[in-house]
Design a protein around this ligand. Sequence first.
Ligand code: KG4
Ligand code: ZN
Length: 349
Amino acid sequence: MLVLGIESSCDETAAAVVSDAKELKSSVVFSQQEHKAFGGVVPEIAARAHLERVDDIVSETLEKAGVGFKDLSAVAASAGPGLIGGVIVGVMTAKAIALVHNLPFIAVNHLEAHALTVRLGADVPFPYLLLLTSGGHCQILAVEGVGKYKKLGATIDDAAGEAFDKTAKMLGLGYPGGPMIEKYALNGDAARFDLPRPMVGKEGCDMSFSGLKTAVRHIVEGFSPDGDIKTAVLTERDKADIAACFQKAVLDSVRSRLKNGVKTFKTLFPEGRHLVVAGGVAANTALRAALKELAEKKHMIFEAPPLNLCTDNGAMVAWAGMERFLTGANDPLDFSPRPRWPLDPSSKR
Ligand code: KG4
Ligand code: ZN
């Protein structure tokens, strides 16, 4: 069986074809460059850019997979949560393909797509403990099965990816900031500046990153003659040191919160063996190393999607679509895209 997946919920226009035998037949990702000048994604520009490119990207994906619409078993799209203009573009495209070619349509939750991607490349049975960390979300979840999630904790303010992006912006490193912070941090001194370790020592596994961002702002302001961040003068060394301190603070905080998460997970699901990280920030090599170490200490098996499947892509949508399709699920063509769509509706946040 083959499923085509379309992703357009943020600034990546992407599509992929996967098989039920976990074969990634093709994957095309176009990262919109239009937002660079703004230091963040502009929703209206994103939606128009998705609209301009989505048809070509779908055609290219099918061509690379060597298949036509007639060979597909179903068509899936990220149907939320995300920037609604972009989500509508992907959902309408998938619905049109489904209608014309008489295929089942599958509305995929973008967060579920991140959550299940690891199973495309590795044998990770349910239940598993998941840190889902991206530009818009940061949560610790027990993944009990397709469509079955228990939220153990979440950020009470910014997502970790957002903090990476904002820190990068303050350092003048451009957007998206995560990869740039990681690169600069490699050569930085993580002991030069004191930064808080948000939520460390508190019970539960909620997280917080906005105080960290403010602390970075104060450091950068210290490099300005008039205390204004706009007139701060930073050398490459200063940038590297701040990046290293920031990244270490995020890692320390996340590791400590996840330690509590492991404890709760093991109580609820003693049979669960795997600790998984997913979402754009999971592309961070230092984070992966820190979580691998934590998993080993806790006698768990660490797994993460390959780096290129951490940030938004079509394969994750196609695979989550396949997983849902295999459970017998499909969605009506009047399904409404959802700007908000929590994985665990019983959770308050
Ligand atoms: O999952 P994703 O592609 O989009 C959302 O669903 O939000 O995540 C994008 C986020 C951005 O905030 C980006 O800065 C962050 O993931 N990111 C990273 C790295 N690569 C991407 N953060 C830290 N280190 C990285 N290497
Ligand atoms: Zn994402």
